[in-house]
Design a protein around this ligand. Structure first.
Ligand SMILES: [Zn+2]
Length: 335
């Protein structure tokens, strides 16, 4: 199973919080652990994003970042994932003097250590997020860092953060540089905003859209996303919590499938949203009565959209067919 849209800072386990609290001598607050999850009646994307302050404060040195990445990959392997793309914004982790390159190198250490310990049953790569609230200098450093480490499991750049603040066209210089370097681009768009922002993201070179649930399904838009082979990274529970959508039934999964738009199902933030990508697929199976063939098609979209080599994709297609054990079928609500 695969997760293409998964934030490191939103996915620390309760045990990780406790360990990192001791390591960094930072108090977790009197409401811990309830303060690390959002309730389903969370008011907005802004309230949702407030949950990231504590994990970001805990991840300001190499040891903590290495540990958090290691722990996440191990948990993903335990869940039955064979591939994940983990994203985070290195510019948020430099408050104690590390450079963005040092931050990402620490994450790569944890990532590779966990993959090795799992006997390579799982593979994982990193996506580096630029942030909408950050200045061009910081975001440009993220693009440069991604380029520098692109041969070492850093596979793409992203744009994250409060979507309503600045449209992605404000970041044109950064994405022009990313395109010049040949970096893959995915952009959070059409979560808190509408179809126009998705179109702007595609114009900036995004081949994947984070969320994108508010894509207008008119002929022009559908033609544009299908001609450009754009894949969408849906994260249903997160969308309900941020009030991007009202209920699971509002996830436009069937509409996208009917228009042949490439759609994938992901977790976004395992801790903040108290979920994982298997649970997210299971709720989609239940809501839309998906059959096994349709679930395989969605995973196939994820394999095709993954920022990895064709050789790895071929291996993943084989692994996926063997991954539908009785236990996995039960977890996915297919049995
Ligand atoms: Zn996200």
């Amino acid at each position: 199973m695969i997760d293409l849209h998964l934030h490191l800072d939103g996915s620390l386990s309760e045990e990780d919080f406790k360990y990192l609290s001791k390591l960094n001598n930072i108090d977790l607050g009197k409401d811990f652990p309830s303060n690390i999850y959002v309730p389903m009646d969370c008011k907005s994307l802004d309230e949702y994003l407030e949950r990231f302050a504590l994990p970001v404060a805990l991840l300001q040195n190499a040891e903590s970042i290495e540990y958090a990445t290691y722990s996440l990959v191990k948990r993903l392997a335990d869940l039955g994932l064979f591939y994940a793309e983990i994203r985070f914004a290195p510019l948020l982790h430099v408050n104690k003097g590390m450079t963005q390159v040092e931050v990402v190198k620490a994450a790569l250490c944890g990532l590779k250590k966990a993959i090795k310990e799992c006997d390579y049953k799982i593979d994982a790569n990193l996506i580096l997020c630029c942030m909408r609230h950050a200045c061009e200098k910081e975001n440009m450093e993220t693009v440069e860092t991604a380029n520098l480490l692109s041969s070492d499991k850093v596979v793409a750049v992203d744009l994250a953060g409060g979507e309503t603040i600045h449209p992605c066209s404000y970041f044109h210089e950064c994405f022009a540089k990313a395109r010049k370097y040949g970096l893959n681009i995915t952009i959070h768009a059409g979560e808190a905003t509408g179809s126009d922002e998705i179109m702007r993201a595609i114009d900036e070179g995004a081949v994947r859209i984070g969320h994108g649930v508010h894509l207008s399904l008119d002929m022009f838009s559908v033609k544009k996303v299908n001609n450009a082979k754009i894949s969408f990274e849906f994260c249903p529970t997160s969308n309900l919590q941020t009030k991007s959508l009202k209920s699971y039934k509002d996830v436009p999964l069937r509409q996208f499938i009917n228009k042949d738009i490439r759609v994938t199902i992901n977790s976004d933030n395992m801790t903040v949203s108290n979920t994982d990508c298997i649970k997210e697929m299971a709720v989609m199976v239940k809501t839309f009565k998906l059959d096994k063939r349709e679930v395989i098609d969605i995973y196939d979209n994820a394999i095709n959209a993954a920022f990895t080599s064709d050789e790895n994709k071929n291996k993943m297609r084989q692994t996926m067919l063997n991954a539908f054990s009785d236990l996995m079928l039960e977890k996915l609500n297919l049995k």
